[in-house]
Ligand binder design. Structure first.
Ligand code: ATP
Ligand code: MG
Length: 292
């Protein structure tokens, strides 16, 4: 593991030249997108967040960590030949499974039928760590997690710089958002985690704020956990239309309300200065333990 750590540190050090997409700060920001309830908009938010970052000149990779129902590639109309499964099984390298898209972002397709990265053997984990290290080349890695709480999702969230929790105004989604936050609070050293709430499919600014306040207040009172309100995304028919056309809505209609909201989310994320010492090496260390 120590050799691995050294290699990763070297990788991080070698970043920051203008040809690598401008990693001026010399580290990769890991952003997870997860939710309690399924179908609340994680994949669409992950992809469009990535697009918004790419439009700022960042080098972005979206990793589909939903190992049961992978669909980042479907939303982007990409048919990948290989996915995480091939990487973990050592049949392919990361370079071989990262897929370019027509939109300037890259994706790593999920591995359907491969339930838990956390269940990998020690050797398989090491391979995964080594391969993921190559991603240090990216400025931003957006991880689209499966809905709900598996140990896999918790591992990714624990390892992130920013953990976005998506809910909608629906009572069931709110309850489940609180549920996942509660599990995060018990499983993860919350002091070290930037939990950020996004309320999707709102009809007004007030509705978004009302939902967020509810979740944030309960989390504060009962879990003593600070959750920030990152922002909202309007209910907007462009989202469905873009999924049907297999294009990011930021590309299909950059002037749509949903696109403006996502750009706003990125603006908020960028104002929040993330702590030193994070990025890929710490992501891997937190994800897999030890001194990777
Ligand atoms: N802001 C929005 N406005 C209108 N419709 C939306 C919005 N966000 C999501 N949707 C609808 O919800 C559907 C599901 O979105 P998405 O696939 O991103 O959810 P998900 O949380 O990733 O689901 P899963 O839990 O199954 O992975 C979209 O295809 C779209 O039809
Ligand atoms: Mg999804």
């Amino acid at each position: 593991m120590t050799d691995q750590a050294e290699k990763l540190r070297e990788l991080m050090k070698s970043r920051g030249n203008p040809n690598n997409g401008g990693g001026a700060r010399g580290k990769t920001r890991i952003i997870t997108v997860s939710s309690g309830k399924g179908g609340v908009g994680k994949t669409n938010i992950a992809i469009n967040l990535a697009m918004a970052y790419a439009q700022l000149g960042k080098r972005v990779v979206v990793m589909d960590a939903d190992l049961g129902l992978a669909n980042v590639n479907v939303v982007l109309g990409v048919i990948p030949r290989y996915n995480l499964y091939h990487l973990i099984r050592k049949q392919k390298t990361l370079a071989e499974i990262v897929v370019d898209t027509a939109y300037g972002i890259q994706i790593i397709a999920g591995a359907s039928g491969f339930s838990k990265i956390a269940n990998l053997s020690e050797e398989e984990r090491r391979t995964f760590i080594g391969e993921l290290g190559a991603l240090a080349n990216a400025d931003i890695i957006v991880i689209d997690c499966a809905a709900g709480v598996s140990s896999n999702v918790i591992s990714f969230i624990a390892a992130a710089d920013d953990a976005i929790i998506v809910t909608t105004p629906e009572p069931t989604a709110i309850t489940d958002a609180y549920g996942i936050i509660k599990i995060i609070a018990t499983e993860i050293d919350s002091l070290d985690l930037g939990l950020k709430l996004v309320v999707n499919r709102v009809h007004s600014v007030v509705e978004g704020r009302r939902v967020a306040e509810r979740v944030i207040t309960i989390a504060g009172q009962f879990l003593n956990l600070k959750v920030d309100y990152l922002g909202f995304v309007y209910e907007d028919p462009v989202v469905h239309a873009a999924v049907v056309r297999q294009k990011p809505f930021l590309v299909m209609d950059p002037r749509s309300k949903a696109a403006a909201c996502v750009r706003h989310l990125v603006g908020r994320l960028e104002n929040v200065d993330y702590r030193d010492g994070k990025g890929i090496p710490q992501f891997l260390r937190k994800l897999f333990g030890g001194d990777a």
